[in-house]
Design a protein. Structure first.
Length: 235
């Protein structure tokens, strides 16, 4: 059964959602107390019929069928809920989705910290010849720091399967895209003298960032795991 409040298959003992704590007792009784007829493989109760929530509620009556073959579910023997009948195998934070979450929670922050520690060490030497290097690095550090913080929050919400987490991830990728396009232009804006190798390296880094951001954006649009894990993925 899907919780009508958070939309996840985390019902515990038919009485509450293991994720958000919503009381599902009344909804469960409405579902299993069907009037006449053989239970079907999957019964869907609309929000109007269930009287709650905005999500369809699904139940597997065959999982509740008593051994004597009667059509009435035996509630006394129906607990705990057998999760095998309910969960979509793609429902959950795993695979590439987990990589995105762990990356933003852990890998990217560590990488940013190390990168800017080294950058500031180098800038301390270059600033003697051109003080504008410090200003450029200060702007880059601030923007990347803000984006890293936003990424941590996005990763946390995706990991918690929070409402509208996918939409926040897409907006975050949009910010990353904007900064990837803008940051190389700052060097020209401040009129810094850079060599050809530095320019080529900057172009390559920008292309890699654009490709990575595009791939992740498309992932959040078409991934079956994203669709199975986040009910409001396309809201």
């Amino acid at each position: 059964m899907i919780c009508p409040k958070c939309g996840k298959n985390t019902i515990v003992d038919f009485s509450r959602c293991g994720r958000c704590g919503y009381d599902t007792t009344e909804v469960h009784l409405r579902i299993v107390a069907q009037e006449g007829g053989e239970p079907r493989r999957t019964d869907v109760v609309t929000p109007t019929e269930a009287g709650v929530g905005a999500m369809p509620l699904e139940v597997e009556p065959e999982a509740l069928r008593p051994p004597d073959g009667s059509s009435q579910p035996d509630l006394a023997k129906a607990t705990p809920w057998d999760d095998r009948f309910l969960r979509d195998p793609l429902d959950g934070v795993a695979g590439w989705l987990k990589l995105f979450v762990v990356g933003n929670l852990l890998l990217v922050p560590i990488s940013v910290v190390i990168t800017y520690i080294l950058a500031w060490i180098g800038a301390a030497l270059l600033a003697r010849d051109d003080p504008k290097v410090i200003l450029l690095l200060l702007i880059s550090t601030s923007v990347d720091g803000c984006l890293t913080y936003i990424g941590i929050q996005v990763g946390r919400r995706l990991g918690d399967i929070a409402p509208r987490a996918v939409q926040e991830a897409r907006r975050f990728l949009g910010l990353r895209l904007g900064w990837a396009l803008l940051s190389p232009l700052l060097v020209s804006f401040f009129g810094l003298d850079v060599g050809r190798e530095d320019v080529e390296e900057s172009v390559v880094d920008t292309l890699i960032a654009l490709i990575a951001i595009t791939i992740w954006f498309l992932y959040f649009k078409v991934s079956k795991r994203v669709k199975a894990t986040y009910p409001d993925w396309n809201a």
